[in-house]
Design a protein around this ligand. Structure first.
Ligand code: NI
Length: 387
């Protein structure tokens, strides 16, 4: 089955919404104008229930089917932009310097609005569809805030699905994979306290620079000697700050870096080994350390059954030959991960064609993808909620 006729009819209207959102990007949780645009549209469509202010500025619309009672499935889009100055030169480019929709969340929001319009017109399903519009995907954990606000329970969401565009993949193509698809993205800071002094009398000091270099070296064993070589892990020390004079051994050195992995259990190993190594090496030399480990987004793990349903819906729309069922995972992060920890579901990618990459100042969402995205969402909803 190709794209749905009604989705094709909606393309121009949805592209107008998309371009309006693109001109008016907003960051993190401060997406008030975007959220009220979404709220207004959902009410225009006659969506049965519209709830705002979830996870601070998130919006959920609930659409009831005409084929009887049943479960609720959640379809999720993100609404926030990035702190980048746009160079696309498009007529609908950002009107605010220093902010732009460089990840296509304008397209995600517009396509899900188009889907809500379609589903509110046709209601050809049993149960409910919850259309979820979240703030703060780009670093604020807005998805987590909506989950913590009780969204899943409030709408009795049984399954949840997410979609992201992918530059470099042809328009009309889809891809996903069972299991980990995006990485966890943690950050650590190790503060080493020694005893400063004269560089000519090192024996009277505890040199935090020497301790720090040995911690950096020992951290390399997490990837090379602790974690299974077939598992993915990155431990990179990206900051090493210490000292101010050629003839002074400083009191303190500060290391910083990132840990990325595709497996929750490897994440545990990473944090635990960083603490043990830092403390152990410091102890050898009589220094002390403080380790601050900040857990950012967890691994985005697709559930097996739901990934199968998502891939089947994509294949119905795109043709099986245009659906990649075992996409390579990526080491970027995604806060849809929190929704997948709360409910079974799947995250899929959809082709954005030959455009600039995500987070690039020349990036633009491809409006030709709109009917494919809407058709996929509709197909998935109607299939999962068949009477
Ligand atoms: Ni994104």
């Amino acid at each position: 089955m190709p794209i749905l006729n009604r989705a094709a009819e909606l393309q121009n209207e949805v592209a107008e919404w998309r371009r309006h959102l693109h001109r008016n990007p907003e960051l993190l949780f401060a997406v008030e104008n975007t959220a009220s645009f979404v709220e207004k549209k959902l009410k225009e469509f006659g969506v049965d229930e519209v709830v705002t202010g979830l996870g601070r500025t998130g919006v959920v619309g609930l659409i009831r089917g005409n084929l009887g009672t049943g479960r609720t499935i959640g379809l999720r889009a993100d609404m926030d932009a990035l702190p980048i100055t746009e160079t696309s030169g498009k007529p609908w480019a950002s009107e605010t310097s220093g902010k732009m929709h460089a990840c296509g969340h304008d397209g995600h929001t517009a396509m899900l609005l188009g889907t809500a319009k379609y589903l509110a017109e046709t209601r050809n399903f049993a149960g409910q569809v919850a259309v979820i519009f979240q703030p703060a995907e780009e670093g604020g954990g807005g998805g987590n805030e909506m989950v913590k606000d009780g969204m899943m329970e409030r709408f009795a969401i049984a399954e949840v699905y997410g979609m992201h565009n992918m530059p470099g993949m042809p328009v009309g193509h889809f891809g996903s994979r069972v299991g980990p698809i995006m990485a966890s993205t943690d950050e650590f800071t190790i503060t080493i306290k020694g005893r400063g002094g004269h560089a000519a009398q090192p024996h009277k000091t505890i040199d935090p620079i020497v301790v720090g270099t040995q911690i950096v070296t020992a951290l390399q064993t997490i990837a090379s000697r602790t974690v299974d070589p077939l598992a993915s892990v990155v431990v990179s020390v990206t900051k090493f700050n210490a000292g101010f004079a050629h003839n002074v051994i400083p009191e303190e050195a500060v290391l910083g870096g990132t840990v990325r992995t595709l497996m929750p259990e490897v994440r545990e190993i990473g944090e635990s080994r960083i603490r043990t190594i830092a403390e152990g090496v410091a102890q050898i030399y009589g220094a002390t350390v403080q380790v601050a480990y900040n857990r950012n987004y967890p691994v985005t793990v697709n559930h097996a059954d739901e990934t199968g349903y998502a891939l089947e819906a994509a294949a119905e729309i795109a043709g099986a030959g245009n659906v990649q069922p075992s996409l390579d995972p990526m080491m970027g992060g995604e806060d849809f991960s929190y929704m997948l920890l709360a409910r079974p579901g799947a995250f899929v990618f959809m082709g954005n064609g030959d455009t600039a990459g995500l987070h690039h100042p020349a990036y633009d969402f491809n409006d030709e993808a709109i009917p494919h995205g809407i058709s996929y969402w509709v197909k998935l909803a109607e299939t999962r909620l068949a009477a």
